[in-house]
Design a protein around this ligand. Structure first.
Ligand code: PMV
Length: 359
């Protein structure tokens, strides 16, 4: 599919009535990371993620015929009016207008809330933008009754990508690939697709316990981080490595080789952070407690031979990934050894989920 396939050709919006749509969409955690993009949110490399379950955004989009020429929208987050969220949403609407021209005819009210604390350092852009994209697609579906589910979800992912790259992986499926990779059928730079191959039972019900090391706003936005991959001395090598890691993880997901999984996932997390440390300006998002946790995990693995591993987002929090049959051992390890490194002892127990749901 090309970008043109996502432009709505209908020009009669008279059947659109003022209603509202609500979607609940999950966050996701990348195993092979996206870091670096081209124009129009096209990724420099393929990424793959687990869809989460407990960390989600619930968004209602209300719309009504616009009252004046310029149009208007309001945002409420957890019941409070949030004008400081407006610029990001306005940019999103501007980017998707070409594909959803009906947007210019309406006024909107967005009401959103997260299942996780806003200031927890967990990025809400993936779940937030995917929820909004799905609400917009529900409007569009009411205009074109012949729309297939496949098109609905692909376009939702396409739109979500224009809001925040990783958001395109928060629409459908438990394991999602974004980026055109020669070994992944139907994969695309324009939207995320469900990992199409067989997945070993070791990866069913996988857990992600998120240790909140540093609750608070990120010091460096991912927008700036991606920009710093332009002219980065190691960028090309990194992009090649990510493509190779996708090939490897594809085999690992099939074979169920947990040791190889641990190796690739931790290497990806540290590579992401080494890209930050070697950009110019350089920066460090890990905190002393992030490193303490990582060292504890390595020690735990050595002592127990279990398959607990960590990954990191663009922040200091640590995601602990482990299979279902190791959950008791890992939970007691977390409680006895790791929560001391979490801010206010906060952590979130999450697991692999199944994608967005209309409410
Ligand atoms: O979607 P963005 O632009 O916020 O970038 C997210 C980048 C990482 O979370 C660090 C990695 C990823 O693939 O999710």
């Amino acid at each position: 599919m090309t970008e043109k396939d996502f432009i709505l050709t209908t020009t009669d919006f008279s059947t659109l009535n003022a209603v509202n749509y609500t979607w609940k969409t999950p966050s996701n955690i990348a195993l092979v990371k996206y870091w670096g993009k081209k124009e129009h949110q096209i990724p420099e490399n393929t990424s793959i993620s687990f869809t989460l379950d407990a960390c989600f955004t619930l968004t209602t989009l209300e719309f009504s015929k616009k009252q004046n020429e310029s149009g208007n929208f309001e945002i409420y987050f957890e019941g409070e009016k949030k004008d400081d969220f407006k610029p990001k949403i306005a940019t999103f609407f501007e980017r998707i207008e070409k594909y959803c021209p009906f947007l210019t005819e309406y006024d909107f009210v967005i009401r959103s809330r997260n299942s996780f604390p806003h200031s927890s350092g967990i990025a809400s852009s993936a779940s937030g933008m995917s929820a909004l994209a799905l609400c917009v697609m529900s409007i569009e579906r009411s205009l074109s009754t012949e729309m297939t589910d496949d098109y609905f979800y692909k376009k939702a992912s396409f739109l979500a990508r224009l809001g925040s790259g990783s958001a395109c992986r928060s629409i459908k499926g438990s394991i999602v690939v974004w980026g055109n990779h020669k070994e992944i059928n139907e994969s695309s730079n324009l939207f995320g697709v469900e990992f199409p191959d067989e997945v070993h039972s070791n990866f069913k019900n996988f857990h992600d316990t998120i240790l909140l090391v540093d609750e608070g706003e990120k010091q460096v936005s991912s927008t700036l981080g991606h920009e710093l991959m332009f002219n980065h001395p190691y960028a090309q090598e990194r992009f090649n490595q990510a493509e190779e890691n996708i090939s490897k993880i594809k085999e690992i997901l099939k074979s169920g080789d947990l040791k190889a999984f641990v190796n690739i996932v931790e290497s990806e997390a540290l590579t992401l952070h080494s890209m930050m440390m070697t950009s110019n300006p350089y920066f460090i998002l890990m905190k002393p407690n992030t490193l303490k946790i990582i060292n504890k995990i390595w020690k735990f693995r050595k002592e127990t031979n279990l398959n607990l591993c960590f990954t990191l987002d663009a922040g200091a929090n640590v995601h602990l990934l482990y299979p279902e049959n190791e959950k008791e051992a890992v939970n007691s390890f977390v409680v006895s050894e790791l929560i001391q490194y979490c801010q206010n002892n906060h952590y979130i127990c999450d697991r692999i989920g199944f994608g967005a749901k209309q409410v």
